[in-house]
Design a protein around this ligand. Sequence first.
Ligand code: SAM
Ligand code: DTB
Ligand code: SF4
Length: 323
Amino acid sequence: MPFDMPRHDWSRDEIKALYELPLDTLIGRALAVKQANWADGKIQKSQLLSIKTGGCAENCGYCSQSAHFDTGLEASKLMPLNEVVEAAREAKAGGADRFCMGAAWRELKDRDLPKVADMIRAVKAEGMETCVTLGMLGEGQAEKLAEAGLDYYNHNLDTSREYYDKVVTTRTYEDRIDTLGKAREAGLNLCVGGILGMGESREDRIGLIHELAQLTPHPESVPINMLVPIEGTPLGDSPEIPVTEMARAIAVCRVVFPKSWVRLSAGREGMSEGEQALCLLAGANSIFVGARLLTTDNPGEDRDASLLKNTGFEAVARDVMQV
Ligand code: SAM
Ligand code: DTB
Ligand code: SF4
């Protein structure tokens, strides 16, 4: 079977069979796909900025920004344009090529759209790829974001369909899929992934990947997050899961989404360099850089320089990869 043909007919059993291979065999498969499709071995770097923090109407059980839980986070208004531009310039200077702006909204309101569109235009003018994550989209909104120069819309499915109502009850899985459809219709690239470590079972992790695999075309970017536990949220004391589960999920995504960026996303702050290296070795080819994610810490420049130097992933040339 060619390694470069994305398939949309993965059965849940096939994904489960891959997921449960011995780790070396699974990573071996993932690396063959990576080599065939991403031979330069480069790690793509995105940087996040919270443009509107806290006070969110949704009750996502993992999130520091939900108004339903007391997490001690101070809510803020939409950030002024000049501060966004300044942050984008700093991110670019730090080596990021994609700038992802996140807002703690249940849905994008028409009154906020022109301000977000200005941010997208300004970040694009700085020479970066643009991504936003603004909650649910209404009719015609995705088109306006696309006109402003938006490259990616992030909207995660988070977990399996079956486990979803253990995580959030203020919206449905179908609501998420509906917004993804609107973004796709407007010609946007999609960034869609999930979170591990929320008390879900391995079956749920497999179910999440199966749902993502059915999106046609596949999302161009698949972020896999390890839960960052937040005190005060319902999922804040979820039991830790082995990092090998993260590596398995990433490796399966590498195989199932041969042409997509697979991002080792939130959760790196709590991992050792060796654990992060395992996840990169499993086939992830993108990370969030910078010292902050949205509301929590991320390893930052020095630790990332060490990770990328020691793995050599930033500089591996095509012909070296193919030896
Ligand atoms: N409000 C928008 C939404 O939920 O679509 C955008 C912002 S939201 C913070 C973006 C994504 O971050 C969520 O879908 C979730 O997958 C991830 N996320 C949020 N809190 C997290 C946490 N504590 N640990 C890991 N991932 C998290
Ligand atoms: C994604 O999958 N993870 C990012 C981004 N897409 C928006 C967000 C991670 C947030 C981690 C918790 C926080 O910093 O608030
Ligand atoms: Fe709101 Fe997004 Fe947090 Fe859910 S994940 S509470 S929608 S900011």
